[in-house]
Design a protein around this ligand. Sequence first.
Ligand SMILES: [Fe+2]
Length: 355
Amino acid sequence: MVASVASRVESLAGSGIQSIPKEYVRPQEELTSIGNVFEEEKKEEGPQVPTIDLKEIDSEDEVVREKCRENLKKAAQDWGVMHLVNHGIPFDLIDRVKKAGETFFSQPIEEKEKYANDQASGKIQGYGSKLANNASGQLEWEDYFFHLAFPEEKRDLSIWPKTPSDYIDATSEYAKRLRGLATKVLSILSLGLGLEEGRLEKEVGGIEELLVQMKINYYPKCPQPELALGVEAHTDVSALTFILHNMVPGLQLFYEGKWVTAKCVPNSIIMHIGDTVEILSNGKYKSILHRGLVNKEKVRISWAVFCEPPKEKIILKPLPEVLSETEPSLFPPRTFAQHIQHKLFRKSQEGLPPN
Ligand SMILES: [Fe+2]
């Protein structure tokens, strides 16, 4: 089944409805924790997502360098998510990536439909919206564009947006730069576990096999934001995820039993440790539960880049070096595909829809 125009959240949002269809209304027990995201973002009390400055990550001064690396490691152990600043990705490139995505989404829905994916037949790349996939029919308040961006020989440029004309150049260059940043981060995380610096990179597939996937999330204004979620609570299955956004708040992290709203930090990239690195590190690095709120006033757009191991080629399990008698393996061996299946199964057992 190809999702029809009517199933786009953007068309629903633009139809003038005052109340949202029941498929978008969260279960009662979840509603109590959904607040106004602008007010939530202003809150200064309580724990905050750490900001990690990467400026000195390769400093020749060992003390300065180690301090910087230690900060990154601590944030990965404690939160599993952080705002990266001085990440080395040029600001003008980031501006181009955002401009390209915004321009694509600013087109009429009919134009975007030309890129519609077809989830039922396994064509997951392209323009899409979540399809209801269980009895509750629960939906999320977002549309998206999804495609593989790196390695370059695995891309299918024919399905990338042709409008604007800079989309392919900007996004290709950004993916390549992020791939370099991923290597850097994985090496610091490896050293932090007492491993050789190239170890995690190798374990997730290396330059040949690690997949870099771009997902542009488009969250239209929502007439009843207190009842809906842009993305329901989940942990990322990736090794690492890098996120840009248009400075409209929405991301919340479940930390020490409470939802914490991420601030909008200028010139930062949000980075998540995903399940893959959590598994390899036997839980020493955390994959944090998170979700996305929507609002009535502003469209939110985010650009999530998932760095993922290949689906079948690698068995993910805690590395022997991080295990001991007192720290037994917390995760059974699974391929990436099996890990995703396991999560879907667990969710369906709990009566929650997969995401
Ligand atoms: Fe996520």
